[in-house]
Design a binder for this molecule. Sequence first.
Ligand code: NAD
Length: 263
Amino acid sequence: MTQMLAGRTALVTGSTSGIGLAMATALAAQGANIIINGFGDAAAIEAERAKLETNHGITAFYSPTDMTDGQAIAAMFADAATRFGGVDILINNAGMQHVAPIDAFPIDKWDQIIALNMSAAFHAMRAAIPQMKAKKWGRIISTASAHSKAASPFKSAYVTAKHGLVGLTKTAALEVATHGITVNAISPGYVWTPLVEKQIPDTMAARGLTREQVINDVLLEAQPTKEFVTSDQVAALAVFLCSDAAAQITGANLSIDGGWTAA
Ligand code: NAD
């Protein structure tokens, strides 16, 4: 069976864990070569990289690029051009969270979240778009969040960055619309990943709640289905956006949030 993305190369930022790893796996299953990126234990990352190759018969390469470093991002795309002849699919997914009230929000955390959750996508698009224009085809997908549409207290940097990421998505979509390139955002509600697990202690402190209260009364309270979204569900939407059926979806911010932002 011909795989939908055979011969394509996908770069997924923040794909050593969580949603990004699920996206990299789903794209590999469609035949795309994969550049994974992110931090973590070297042996665990190598095991994931090798698994992508063994399970899907594609080439997988690991780039340790720090996505808060614009120059390093440009160098990663130059390397991708040499290795793979350029990137066809860019998934801007690397992200982090910090939970604190604005008047106690650490300035270095603000700068880091704006750099990683928003500016990294600008640097990556800036480098990827010429490669995609040369191929007359491209897919750019950014993992935004329900927090690109609605705010929650104590997440000022995250909410600001995700709103900005959607503004960038719309602008890029307009700029490349006649080049066979689509640019979209996916906005999940709560997905059970290390990013969510790590913010539970801070949310407990900020709101004076127990762990169970944070899960049920803060996280799942926002989601009418009362269920977490899964990484595989988010990955399946990204694969659909890479299909020919999605060629006219561009500049969109697609919710996958159990009804959170309908309320
Ligand atoms: P995660 O913590 O499991 O994964 C984050 C990834 O980003 C990891 O691979 C990590 O190594 C990488 N990363 C962190 N700092 C980096 C840096 N400076 N340079 C390169 N890579 C870096 O989190 P996740 O939940 O899978 O989040 C992925 C994306 O999904 C984020 O953009 C997040 O905001 C978004 N999101 C998550 C949820 C959720 O509920 N989990 C909901 C909506 C949106």
